[in-house]
Design a protein around this ligand. Structure first.
Ligand code: SAM
Length: 272
């Protein structure tokens, strides 16, 4: 069988007697028009290894196999989906590798091999943010990330200073990458529908991203500043140098964390 001859995703789920499990954050995309659009938004993928977390029934995996990516490596934690995914691997003629693992534990670069790698995934909501932080703070991050999150999380990743949604996630994502919401999807697009709408965020790592030591300092500064986001920096950053640290970084100690842009936080981290 090749990719064109595969039964529909719904027929495939029925044939394997599979239904969604809440504990694995399973909300499936069963419309290939939607998964193809996500794969297009992730492009160009030519010659790359694509890491997909949580292939589940394989709708996004099929769309990724239709691109000219060199390989797709799909990491799935729920063993019930492995027989179905191995059938898809056969149809993929050697371009799909299925790995049964928790994505929080894998070394992505080791799975990707020599080629540059990108991440494309409809993420399980419960581990979306820790996975994003794991990928963004690697010394060797992926070439691009195209990820489905709950809309509220997508807004926190791409938030601008001075907004309610602006916080640690926006500062870290903004320091390391250019991040943009490229698609929104209503809850009814998923089977079963989640309680909230979703959005796809595309992140392209910056060439001038901070190194591991600067990133660690940035995590400390943002942790302290946003841990007490209603306070002025001179008091929220007191344990790290307070007013003196702000002055050294050229940041007004009388403002709150949510008004300081990414460049300001990078200066605070460098002054630490
Ligand atoms: N990609 C499929 C789609 O779009 O229809 C499924 C997406 S569903 C939101 C999330 C998938 O991630 C499920 O298949 C679930 O079993 C898997 N998953 C949940 N936690 C995981 C983890 N820690 N590591 C790897 N896969 C995980």
């Amino acid at each position: 069988m090749n990719l064109d001859d595969l039964p529909s995703l719904r027929e495939t789920l029925d044939a394997h007697g599979l239904s969604a499990k809440k504990s694995f954050g399973q909300h499936f995309l069963l419309d290939l028009n939607v998964t193809r659009k996500i794969a297009r938004l992730a492009g160009p993928l030519t010659g790359r290894t694509v890491l997909e977390v949580g292939p589940g029934p394989g709708g996004l995996t099929r769309a990724l196999l239709e691109t000219d990516a060199a390989r797709v490596v799909a990491v799935e934690k729920d063993p019930r989906f492995l027989p179905l995914l191995h059938e898809l691997a056969e149809a993929g003629a050697g371009r799909l590798t299925v790995v049964e693992a928790d994505a929080l534990d894998v070394d992505e670069a080791a799975l990707a091999g020599a080629e540059p790698w990108s991440v494309v995934a409809n993420l399980p909501y419960n581990v979306g943010t820790p996975l994003l932080i794991k990928w963004l703070t690697r010394p060797d991050p992926p070439a691009s990330l195209t990820l489905m999150f709950q809309q509220e999380v997508a807004e926190r990743i791409t938030a601008e200073p001075g907004t309610e949604a602006y916080g640690r996630l926006a500062v870290i994502a903004g320091a390391v990458s250019r991040a943009e919401i490229v698609m929104t999807l209503p809850a009814r697009a998923f089977t079963p529908p989640p309680r909230v709408d979703s959005a796809v965020v595309r992140l392209d790592p910056r060439a001038d991203r901070p190194g591991p030591a600067d990133l660690a300092r940035l995590e400390r500064v943002t942790g302290a500043a946003f841990g007490q986001r209603r306070k002025m920096l001179r008091s929220s950053l007191k344990p790290l140098g307070g007013e003196d640290l702000c002055r050294a970084a050229g940041v007004d100690p009388a403002v709150r964390a949510e008004t300081v842009d990414v460049a300001g936080f990078l200066r605070l981290a460098a002054a630490l």
